[in-house]
Design a protein. Structure first.
Length: 319
């Protein structure tokens, strides 16, 4: 029997989905994966070619939930303090904390692969613990707190992004691939371009939900039932990936948790309080593809999505 919290969460997600769907035309799967990531309490990596709507997706999400949005254009000169903030000492010795862009609900890191490793390492505490340390001061980040990092790519694969460490990539619950839309849908985007920009830029745009609604949805995901048979199905997928000799390293336990929680969130998005195998299959690529490190000699032959799809096709579906 569904709880009142789950009922309310389903309605919250529906309203966010409708709001973002008016801005992002034709790319419904990225919207669903992003929503699942948000209510599962994670962060997302958004990949795709230039001009495919990655930044627009992030801005639309922030508007939909009524959250504070910040954007950082990453470069090889971006310092940790440019994102986290810093402490200034006055003449009388008093410390004044200057908070950085990380103290927003939706934080967009554009072209994250341009950032130096030191800067990316500084983000790990914020992404994992929801806290930032500035000169010995531990500060809580706002909730919900979602880091979205974009990569301009021509292929949804990890092999062309060797400068991003597996440790950093593993902090992202999901990866989302944005593609160019079909001709008919692109015509709609062109005709609606003024409306889209006005909706995202105006302070008068009414959010679809409140931040408290989102926080309640995050809590409701925990109530989505996962049968042991489904959990075994998740583990069969994970263990098959770990045994695949085309990979340099296996996926972590964090990957297993991400697939589990995304499956719960995806079930809720689809109006259910229980997970079915199709939820796991739908979330396997977003949860796992950015974590697969293919051996260098095979990167021109196989892609992470090929390996995941092949493994899923071989594992019996629970009945």
């Amino acid at each position: 029997m569904r709880s009142d919290r789950v009922y309310a969460a389903i309605e919250t997600v529906k309203r966010i989905r409708e709001f973002v769907g008016r801005i992002i035309v034709g790319n419904t799967q990225p919207i669903d994966v992003l929503l699942a990531t948000v209510i599962a309490g994670g962060h997302a990596l958004i990949m795709g070619p230039i001009g495919s709507g990655k930044t627009t997706l992030a801005r639309a999400l922030a508007k939909a939930i009524g959250g504070v949005f910040s954007r950082v254009q990453m470069s090889n000169e971006t310092l940790p303090s440019d994102i986290l903030g810093f402490v200034v000492y006055t003449r009388d010795g008093a410390a004044r904390i200057v908070k950085g862009p990380i103290f927003a609900n939706i934080v967009l890191l554009d072209d994250v692969n341009n950032a130096p490793p030191r800067t990316l390492s500084a983000l790990l505490q914020a992404m994992q613990e929801g806290k930032v340390s500035l000169d010995g001061n531990v500060l809580e980040l706002p909730r919900p707190h979602v880091v979205l990092a974009t990569l301009n790519t021509t292929e949804p694969e990890l092999g062309i992004m060797p400068e991003l460490s597996p440790v950093f990539l593993d902090r992202f619950m999901s990866s989302i691939y944005m593609s160019y839309v079909e001709r008919t849908e692109e015509k709609r985007v062109i005709r609606n371009s003024y409306y889209i920009e006005d909706s995202l830029s105006s302070n008068d745009t009414e959010p679809a939900v409140s931040l408290n609604n989102v926080l309640n949805a995050i809590e409701a995901v925990r109530e989505v039932y996962v049968d042991d048979v489904i959990l075994d199905y998740i583990m069969d997928i994970i263990e098959s990936i770990r045994r695949d000799d085309r990979l340099s390293v296996g996926v972590s336990t964090r990957a297993s948790i991400s697939l589990y929680r995304l499956s719960q969130a995806y079930a809720l998005i689809n109006g259910r309080d229980y997970v079915i195998p199709d939820d796991v299959k739908a979330m396997a690529l977003p949860a796992l593809s950015h974590r697969l490190i293919i051996k260098p000699e095979l990167r021109d032959v196989v892609k992470p999505m090929d390996i995941i799809s092949e493994i899923i096709s071989k594992i019996p579906i629970p009945r």
